[in-house]
Design a protein around this ligand. Structure first.
Ligand code: ADP
Length: 784
């Protein structure tokens, strides 16, 4: 529907108004109108009726045209305003036109009114359009001028025809410097081919081009520009200009490259790290995982992603994780994150200890959106920690069981550690006294402190082990003996520690003291015994000698005849006297050997003569038991240097035993031989023999093979002890061969000179006693 033209008339003559309306209508203009005859009506018309055009008389009784024009232009500066007047001179007309009227018409030319209306409206419209276009162009040009991007236009030959501020900023040339130059100014000399082939040619053919290329600033600096280019055509459609729009994308390209590199790096890191990197949504469903989830838990990433945290741990560990997440949520969004250790189930359902470092990701409104983190398998670490704890515990328990104190002195920090045993040893509760070197020094017995403390400090300084016994004051007031042992070490960590133990040795100290007392008492007792024996020597032998001597005198008949019975008793008395004397002699000899040694009297003598003498002395007994005795002497026996009495006694004891333990009608053979520097004598009998188990025992004091034997054979078990001792004094030795029930053979050897000699085939050890022939040799018995 055509919009009716709104006309505001300013007219006082109704017939003129009527005429004007008719003329307008007759030309087919559809309109509606509003009439104003004074200023009030006029303003109402302007502001309420809102006219498209005003047709006004010049002179009115209550109003005038120029005033109406003024108000109209105030209302709208583009308002078409036609003055329709009965009389108007040229001056007024010019004045009205100058004031902004669109046209003026004399009433006598009223038929021109409709055309004037059309023209006025058209021209006003054109003016408005032009103004809008101009304004737009101006602001466009401003925008282009002020644009941070470079906008450049060139002729078809490439000569720069416009150059905005952005171009100035980007390329560094002012518009004076750039205008009129060829656009190649902005290109690298190596890129002129690109300019022609890749930029201008496609632009002219396609009328548009877009490209990223390298460009050059005034100073020669190269950068990367993003170019958008198009052509400008004239009305005839002929291309007349080229326009280009450029901006520097060096930073973006660099950033993009950097982003790509860093993305690549992170991808590599994520894919190659041994840690499992993951993310989960706030429903605790995993949304990403790298491949390490397979190495740690045996799940492929595709199996892991989409699974819920709850499926991967037991109740206790799940609650632990929820608690950690809750803590993470409590912290501000820009917190460091959360770190905790839990056990996660692997694909086979076994618990794997892992350390989790996670961060909750919040959106810009502060709402949590996801959790990201990495998990590390700490099985080895946990094992090591457990092993360490176990070994510490083991040490602690071992020390507790041993009841040893244990201390560590950190020499770098001058710090002390004493374990609880160290306190308990002295009867203090844990930490009842400060356990420092000071405390130890104060608790030490003053005499020990004087000696021990400087020694300990020196040992530590000189890095050598130490070992001290000292008395410490116990809580009870007693002195406790403590053995302190220690040494100084350079630890692998670079620290220097002195470490040691404390042992309560009070009991063993007491035992040691008692042993010392016992030793003193034993020595005293021994001294008394020796004194007693020395007395016995005199007191026992003197009466015995008179018993034996006077019975001898009575027996030899020099004091008159004695009858058979008297002789029998006298002989018994004499024999028993001899036996008793021999026993006393044995006991005294042994005690002398045991106490302060026996002095040997060396002489050079013929051993054969001594042997024959012994055979004679024992002949009576042999005859009594009808035992045949014989002696076999080897070649070149010669003389020997030894104590002749002792040699005789050795032989006598062995032969006497042989006679004693050989039943009637037996045989005894004595064989004497010289073997290099030794003399070897054997006495073989056909007696009762000696069981294997007794063959060594019989050489011990007071040992007799069996009680019944003793009763049957008499003796005190001292003969063989003396034999062995005498032989040892001569660096000789003795052994026995025997068969129970068949007989025994005692074989002894001794050097022909009193010199040291190794006796390889005799079991008895050889005592070293070097002395020259005929010298006196003091034998020292072995210490117990
Ligand atoms: P005793 O004075 O008792 O003979 P000895 O020291 O001379 O003491 O001998 C110790 C023991 O050795 C004897 O009691 C005896 O049992 C055993 N013994 C010694 N010589 C012989 C031997 N020729 N035949 C059997 N047993 C013997």
């Amino acid at each position: 529907m055509i919009q009716a033209l709104k006309i505001l008339f300013v007219e006082d003559l109704p017939e003129d108004l009527e005429l004007a309306k008719r003329k307008i209508k007759s030309c087919g203009i559809i309109f509606e109108s509003f009439l104003a005859e004074n200023e009030d009506d006029y303003l109402k018309g302007l502001y309420e009726f809102k006219p498209d055009i005003i047709i006004s008389d010049y002179m009115l009784p209550e109003f005038d045209g120029m005033r109406a024009l003024e108000l109209a232009l105030t209302y709208n500066s583009n308002m078409p305003f036609i003055i329709l007047t009965g009389s108007m001179n040229e001056e007024i007309a010019v004045e009205a036109m100058k004031a902004g009227a669109t046209d003026y018409i004399l009433k006598e030319h009223i038929s021109r009114l409709p055309f004037a209306i059309r023209e006025a409206i058209d021209s006003k419209k054109a003016m408005v359009e032009k103004k809008i276009a101009m304004d737009a162009l101006k602001s466009m040009s401003d925008i282009i001028q002020q644009s941070p991007f470079s906008v450049i236009s060139t002729s078809l030959e490439g000569i720069i025809t416009s150059w905005n501020k952005g171009a100035e900023r980007i390329f560094g040339y002012t518009s004076e410097e750039a205008l009129g130059k060829n656009i190649s100014l902005l290109y690298h000399e190596d890129d002129l081919d690109i300019l022609n082939n890749d930029i201008i040619e496609p632009l002219l053919s396609k009328e548009y081009n877009q490209i990223q290329t390298r460009l050059v600033r005034k100073g020669g600096e190269v950068f990367i520009g993003s170019l958008s280019l198009w052509v400008v055509k004239d009305r005839a459609g002929k291309t007349v200009e080229m326009v280009g729009y450029t901006y520097d994308i060096t930073k973006e390209v660099e950033a993009e490259e950097a982003l790509e590199t860093s993305e690549k790096m992170y991808r590599l890191l994520a894919e190659n790290t041994q840690d499992c990197i993951w993310s989960m949504d706030m429903d605790l469903v995993f949304t990403y995982s790298n491949h390490s989830v397979y190495d740690i838990l045996g799940f492929l990433p595709e199996e892991w992603i989409g699974s819920n945290l709850k499926d991967h741990c037991d109740e206790e560990n799940y609650m632990k994780m929820l608690e950690s997440i809750r803590l993470g949520l409590q912290k501000a969004p820009n917190s460091e994150g959360i770190c905790f250790q839990v056990e996660v189930l692997n694909k086979e359902g076994h618990a794997v200890p892992v350390e989790i470092i996670g961060k909750i990701i919040f959106d810009k409104n502060g709402a949590p959106v996801s959790i990201q983190g990495n998990s590390r398998d700490i099985t080895k670490r946990v094992e090591t920690e457990n092993a360490l704890k176990e070994s510490e515990e083991r040490l602690e328990l071992a020390l507790r069981v041993s009841e040893h104190g244990f201390w560590v002195w950190d020499l770098d920090e001058d710090d002390f550690y004493f374990n609880p045993q160290s306190y308990m040893m002295l009867g203090y509760e844990n930490n009842e006294v400060p356990m420092s070197i000071d405390t130890w020094s104060k608790l030490m017995h003053p005499d020990d402190r004087k000696n021990v403390m400087p020694e300990i400090i020196d040992s530590v300084n000189e890095r050598r082990p130490f070992n001290f016994e000292m008395r410490m004051a116990a809580n009870s007031g007693d002195w406790i003996w403590v053995l302190a042992k220690g040494n100084t070490f350079n630890l692998k960590s670079g620290k220097h520690w002195a470490i040691g133990t404390l042992v309560d040795i009070t009991e063993s100290k007491k035992a040691e003291e008692q042993m010392l007392l016992a030793k003193i008492a034993a020595e005293e007792a021994n001294r008394c015994k020796n004194e007693l024996l020395a007395n016995m020597n005199h007191e026992l032998r003197t009466p015995l000698n008179s018993i034996i001597g006077f019975s001898d005198v009575l027996l030899d008949g020099s004091l008159g005849m004695i009858n058979e019975e008297q002789e029998k008793y006298l002989r018994l008395m004499n024999n028993d006297g001899h036996r008793l004397l021999s026993l006393i002699n044995h006991v005294l000899d042994l005690s002398q050997i045991e106490s302060d040694g026996i002095t040997l009297h060396f002489s050079n003598f013929d051993p054969v003569l001594v042997a024959e003498n012994v055979m004679e002395a024992t002949e009576t007994l042999a005859r009594k038991k009808n035992i045949k005795t014989c002696i076999s002497i080897g070649k070149n026996i010669g003389t020997i240097t030894a104590d002749a009495d002792k040699f005789r006694e050795i032989l006598y004891n062995i032969i006497e035993n042989a006679l004693k333990f050989t039943p009637e009608n037996g045989n005894i053979i004595v064989v004497m031989n010289r073997r290099n520097d030794e003399i070897e004598v054997s006495v073989q009998d056909t007696g009762i023999g000696i069981a294997e188990k007794d063959r060594e025992r019989i050489f011990d004091a007071f040992v007799q093979v069996d009680g019944s034997n003793t009763r049957q054979y008499g003796g005190a078990g001292l003969g063989l002890v003396l034999v062995r001792e005498y032989l040892k004094m001569h660096n000789g030795c003795i052994r026995v061969e025997s068969k129970t029930g068949k007989g025994s053979k005692f074989i002894f050897r001794m050097p022909v000179y009193p010199i040291k000699k190794e006796m390889s085939d005799f079991e008895s050890p050889v005592r070293s006693s070097i002395c020259s022939p005929d010298s006196q040799h003091r034998y020292q018995p072995p210490k117990p």
